[in-house]
Design a protein around this ligand. Structure first.
Ligand code: ARG
Ligand code: ZN
Length: 890
């Protein structure tokens, strides 16, 4: 069944308090829910109340009472998926429901489940209905009190939302109990319970206004020390939210639990965040630099949800971006402040192009605020999260820092305690700044990545620089006609000496108006029409326009810049992002034309200036090493495939990209390697951004050294093999392993074996061992991946393991997944069908690997479609998988 935004209607009844009592048992947990129910609109006393209809999912009802009275069979109806009380009382009443659930055999990992002996919950989006019957929707807010009891042995730790108000032994037994109370009304998706035998570390945070908050991070015994960095990140997040958004924490306790079987990244349950342990546990020996950055970002993200998500939540699931887009934006800003802003921005844009642009360009495209869904689990997408964050970033740019902050302040003040919509959110900014944000809001409602074209001319005599801008909105699966959007383009006119030139005034559409003029003064063009011409007067010298600085909008930009212009910007632009982007554009051009040449049987050749520009940036100590490392990375195969957009042959994409790496390596590897060596030596491992950057630069240099060796027919792996042996941290050891395996160098299989030995008792590192192999380029990798599914260390039951092997293969290995014989597609389709029986969420995430199949050349496209059709024809597919498959096929 399709759920539609236009059908939204508040519930007939409110539920003000929820008292939950859990008798925890692995296979027969008894849940008693006492709900304080009242009619929202008092009905005329004589008329009958409408039935109370609650959601369930696979539930077994044991007992039911209204105000303590047992109901007779004709007063209600209970099926596994729904509870109906036919004629509720007029006055407020207490509905008591007893259900029995089986956490141990809950393989979907939604609702209450038990894995590795620990009880955990995951309720977003619709998991609470697998625990008890309820209005399992975000606009029903209640105050929860949770009692649980279990044997003390095996379950010494018992946690829930809010504050612990009581605990102790259960008289005359080996059991004990705990009672938690959360004073903040919340929707059911934020409920959480954790119970088990867990280790923990503790700390304290004093808020700006002096509240003492006890902090705890819980994990498997023996892993406590690996939680230290997360604790530090948490305290920094708490301080940052006070300083930057004026938001303080509001309970006496904040707990985080790391669990190893978890479908997603993490969950922001009020006062009790539950995490996939890969986003908590790190140390030098078992986490990479990247892992540290992710832990910091995800800890911050979940913490920031306390205000943007928990205190203010969504009216319905169509508003998911209200909390997710905004919270991603907040965590990105946090990481930018903790690390390097340009490096963070570039990494995020790489991620956007890798994950969101392909989604927006394919059959699964949807607006950031969708209007219909069949399965809400499938809308936790890059579009809702990452494009949603881009909208908040643009809002800040358009309104200016102060206007944005004023809007945020109003939002917190007006909607605290509410369940609201995107319209409510935008209205706060409109009111706080007096701006009309109607057109801006289209970003939420129109799917697809806009294409912006720019051409420019300079008139030396008149000293004018004219820009012609146009926007084009692609057709998306909804086939809706599109209106021009408001696209903020940060820009500068880069003069011959590299400085931004000023101008005296601007001729343009009168429509620029007050807001447009204000924006121009801040170096921002607000492109609001389909086409727009601007003439800058008083530009004293010929300038190259540098547009979309900082990636000010999530668009494709096609500018009429020559290679010379791009080389110039790569050397001279004052905007770090656009220097990176200029070099990327040159690399994209080189690969795209190389691809065409190779595809028509020729041999690719490249411009030596490109190799020189790479070396020059590597040597440029004005930039920190992390930036230089990013600048040395070529556009991904997926990104190139998206640009080719039609009849793509992934093998040729790979070959062309390798050829360019070899070319740059041959010409510039020595300079790049020397540049990396000139960085001061690192004493001991430290995960901070600066040290991480220096390591990244070294790895980038290795890559070109090896590429150069390959181009000359030599194995240049000596350095990498030595590093693999002598590495003192996982980052370096893994980087070396990756190169050995992906470049197929001597010693790669010995290195894989050694790595496995070393980390055989560390699941998170073993995940990386699987992923490295799943990404090895070439058609043969499929066989290796199939063999790896038989490895005793592999398990279909652990989401992280499945993601690391199977999803990495489907989403991160274009040559192997897209084998010309279609075997990669059938392998994945079979994996999806099998997994769907136990864990539909994980299965449907795997199914998104097919989202770009229509770009492929006809042979592969036909195979992919056949695999999808075979999948669609299977009986008993979950709605999760069926939804993705049906939409992908179109
Ligand atoms: N709200 C969580 C977060 O982004 C993610 C929950 C994912 N839920 C799901 N059903 N996919 O922090
Ligand atoms: Zn989130």
């Amino acid at each position: 069944a399709v759920v539609r935004l236009e059908d939204y209607r508040p519930t007939d009844y409110a539920i003000d308090t929820v008292d939950l009592d859990f008798r925890l048992d692995p296979t027969a947990t008894q849940v008693t829910a006492s709900l304080a129910v009242r009619r929202r609109e008092p009905s005329p006393t004589q008329a009958e109340n409408p039935p109370l209809i609650l959601d369930g999912d696979g539930l077994k009802l044991k007992q039911v009472f209204v105000d303590g009275r047992t109901l007779s069979a004709d007063e209600y109806e209970a099926t596994p998926n729904r509870f109906t009380l036919h004629t509720p009382p007029h006055e407020p009443f207490t509905l008591k429901i007893v259900t029995e659930i089986d956490p141990e055999n809950n393989t979907a990992l939604m609702g209450l489940y038990r894995s590795s002996g620990v009880y955990t919950t995951q309720c977003e989006a619709e998991g609470f209905r697998r625990i008890t019957y309820f209005y399992d929707r975000p606009d029903v807010l209640a105050v929860y009190t949770v009692r649980m009891e279990a044997p003390r042995a095996g379950t010494p730790v018992m946690l829930s939302n809010g504050n612990l108000i009581q605990s102790g032994p259960v008289d005359g037994s080996d059991r004990h109990y705990a009672v938690w109370h959360d004073p903040f009304p919340k929707p059911s998706y934020l409920f959480a319970l954790v119970a088990g035998d867990l280790g923990s570390i503790h700390d304290e945070f004093v808020t700006a206004s002096g509240r003492r908050v006890r902090l705890g991070i819980f994990c498997e015994h023996g892993k406590e020390e690996r939680c230290r960095y997360a604790m530090d990140a948490l305290k920094r997040s708490m301080r940052w939210d006070e300083e930057v958004f004026g938001r303080e924490y509001d309970l006496d306790v904040f707990n985080i639990v790391a669990v190893s079987d978890f479908n997603m990244g993490a969950m922001e349950n009020k006062g009790l965040n539950v995490f996939n342990d890969k986003y908590v546990l790190v140390d030098a020996e078992t986490g990479t630099d990247m892992d540290y950055a992710h832990v910091e970002g995800v800890i911050a993200h979940e913490y920031f949800h306390n205000w943007t998500g928990d205190r203010i939540t969504c009216r319905d699931w169509f508003q998911l971006c209200l909390k997710e887009g905004l919270t991603v934006f907040r965590d990105q800003e946090f990481s930018s402040d903790m690390r390097s802003r340009p490096v963070k921005r570039i990494s995020d844009v790489i991620g956007l192009r890798q994950a969101q642009f392909p989604e927006d360009a394919g059959p699964l495209a949807h607006p950031v605020r969708p209007t219909a869904y069949r399965e809400i689990n499938n809308f936790y997408t890059a579009t809702v999260y990452e494009k949603g964050a881009e909208i908040c970033r643009m809002l800040k740019l358009v309104l200016g820092d102060e206007g944005f902050r004023a809007g945020m302040d109003l939002y917190f003040e007006r909607h605290d305690g509410g369940a609201v919509t995107i319209e409510d959110f935008i209205e706060c900014f409109a009111e706080a700044t007096g701006r009309d944000l109607t057109q801006f809001s289209l970003w939420y409602h129109q799917a697809g990545t806009p294409k912006v074209t720019l051409s420019h001319t300079y008139d030396e005599k008149a000293e004018t620089l004219s820009l012609s801008l146009a926007q084009e909105l692609p057709r998306t699966p909804d086939n809706k006609p599109k209106e021009p959007q408001l696209i903020p383009l940060s820009f500068g006119l880069v003069g011959p000496d590299g400085q931004d030139l000023s101008w005296e005034d601007v001729d343009g559409p009168a429509a620029l108006g007050e807001a447009g003029k204000d924006a121009l003064g801040r170096g921002l063009i607000l492109l609001s029409d389909k086409e727009m011409n601007l003439t800058f007067r008083g530009v004293r010298a010929e300038a190259v326009p540098s547009v979309l600085r900082g990636f000010s909008a999530p668009v494709h930009l096609e500018a009429d810049l020559t290679d010379d212009d791009l080389f110039f910007l790569a050397r001279q632009d004052t905007d770090a992002f656009n220097r990176w982007e200029a070099l990327q554009s040159l690399a994209r051009r080189a690969i795209l034309s190389g691809y065409q040449t190779l595809a028509s049987g020729g041999a690719a050749s490249f411009d030596p200036r490109l190799a020189a520009a790479f070396a020059e940036l590597a040597e440029n100590t004005d930039f920190d090493p992390a930036f230089r490392a990013l600048a040395l990375a070529l556009p991904s195969e997926n990104e190139i495939a998206q640009l080719i957009a039609k009849d793509v042959d992934p093998d040729i994409v790979y070959e062309t990209r390798q050829a360019l790496a070899g070319f740059i390596g041959e010409k510039s590897a020595e300079r790049i390697v020397e540049a990396a060596k000139r960085e001061p030596a690192m004493p001991a491992y430290s995960p901070d951004a600066d040290n991480a950057g220096r390591r990244a630069l070294t790895f980038a240099a290795w890559r070109y050294q090896i590429a150069a060796g390959k181009a000359r027919g030599q194995d240049e792996g000596t350095q990498v093999r030595r590093s693999f042996e002598t590495a003192t941290n996982l980052t370096e050891r893994l980087a070396a392993l990756r190169l050995l395996v992906h470049e197929n160098l001597t010693g790669s299989s010995a290195a894989l074996d050694a790595f496995f030995e070393r980390y055989s008792d560390n699941p998170l590192v073993l995940d990386k061992w699987f992923a490295v192999q799943a990404m090895q380029p070439g058609h043969e990798t499929l066989k290796k991946v199939e063999a790896l599914t038989q490895n005793p260390a592999f398990s279909w039951k652990t989401p992280n393991r499945v993601y690391s092997l199977v999803r990495t293969f489907g989403a991160g290995n274009p040559t192997a997944f897209n084998r010309p014989d279609g075997a990669g597609y059938h392998f994945l389709a079979n994996a999806i069908a099998d997994l769907d029986k136990s864990n539909p969420s994980v299965a449907s995430r795997l199914a998104t690997c097919f989202r770009s199949y229509r770009l492929l050349e006809p042979g592969r496209r036909t195979h992919a479609e056949a695999a999808l059709r075979a999948l669609a024809d299977r009986p008993d597919l979950s709605t999760d998988v069926a939804d993705i498959v049906i939409r992908t096929l179109g």
